[in-house]
Design a protein around this ligand. Sequence first.
Ligand code: AMP
Length: 489
Amino acid sequence: MSCTFETLGLAPSLLRAITEQGYTQPTPIQERAIGPILAGHDVLAGAQTGTGKTAGFTLPMLQRLAGKADTRTSPARHPVRALVLTPTRELAAQVEQSVRTYGRHLPIRSCVIYGGVGMNPQIETLRKGVDILVATPGRLLDHVHQRTVDLGKVEILVLDEADRMLDMGFIRDIRKILALLPCARQNLLFSATFSEEIRRLASGVLRAPVEIEVARRNADAELVSQRVHQVPQERKRDVLAQLVRSGGWNQVLVFTRTKHGANRLAEQLTRDGIGATAIHGNKSQPQRLKALADFKQGSVRILVATDIAARGLDIDALPQVVNFELPHVPEDYVHRIGRTGRAGRSGEAISLVAPDERPQLAAIERLLGRRIPQDSGIAPLACAATPIPARQPAPARQRPATPLRPASQPREVPGQQSPARRGGDRRGSRHAAAPVDATRTPRGRTHEGHGEPRFTPRPAVAVRVARPQRKPAAVPALLRTAIPSINEL
Ligand code: AMP
């Protein structure tokens, strides 16, 4: 029998909300997570944005809370019963919106709190009584210090995108928050990668967790065609404008390295008649949400973003990603291009590379284990561009990159490695969650320490990230590309 939301045991009021959303079938993470969460297990899930993970924990969490709803207590005295911690404001807002969407037929109250906006409206909402609180760690602690939130009755804790929270230096805040929660609670930890630091966190938080791993929804990033254009920095804006116009692109996510650069580019493109807006950490939350809404609704064609701001953005089926500047950190390239080619749709990732960015390009290609095809189609525009050495011969249309590793070898997932350089565990292993579907019960995989069950990482599901190589070697299957014609432009 194929798995449906009904067979997962969800209540009619949730099924109604799911139908209203137009979902017909659970995604793999939902298939595997909903049952164990409904049954009250702790869960350790390897899943990233785009897999449907939010509904995967929100639906059963709503059901568990609704099942035990206390109708006798006045709403104003409702304690926080579920706490969801997220790394960014955008993700917090999106998760809370999902709680509202899926819980619309249930008497459950939710609230989102994050920094960058006034405390008072949040205090007002908290005072009225909240069942599910979605928060970023720093602002939650601000409320704790002001005694405007009580976490002493939390029954369910969700750590969403735990790896990113650690990347962003939230570990101390998380530990402070954990100390405020009751010991008897259900814990759910979602992370795209599993560094040593994540494992340590998981082992301290989770009790005999059910472990779940699912492939990235954009595991078919083979559908992402990647290209490099050599362009001097001062010509990049013209080249981008030409690409957008000649390609008839209507929804392009453009990455810059700096907030200032993002602003300037968005302004210049708008002056050039191409609607653009910027999203970055200096923008207020209402400005960020407006930028995202304008982009999603199509009132601007280009969203210019910095790496941090782009994290957690839920934009489905993005057709084009442009690296206006290459990231300093090669792993960020993989995160960036992962924004396209989702849900089985094809996508295009184009990098505009100035001569002084060659070292970054070389580092990215070492991480990928292959060269990214360079496109000469834009050469007339790029006038003074100095050719980048060791160009590849003009690639043929749709020719897949040659895998240099036997198909039987495990896939390598460069994008999922532990970003130890960003404040993660510098001693940490560079293991990552393997892109395999698997649900396991904790039997035999936990060992009782001093009364505390501990998560034992299973080597079989971890993969090593491609080591930097002198010569391009293995082609990570996730990143195999279809190589387009150079005359496409
Ligand atoms: P997430 O990974 O939670 O960020 O979800 C990514 C996107 O998948 C969101 O836009 C959801 O609305 C969508 N989604 C979640 N579950 C399903 C489903 N079962 N069927 C179709 N779309 C879904």
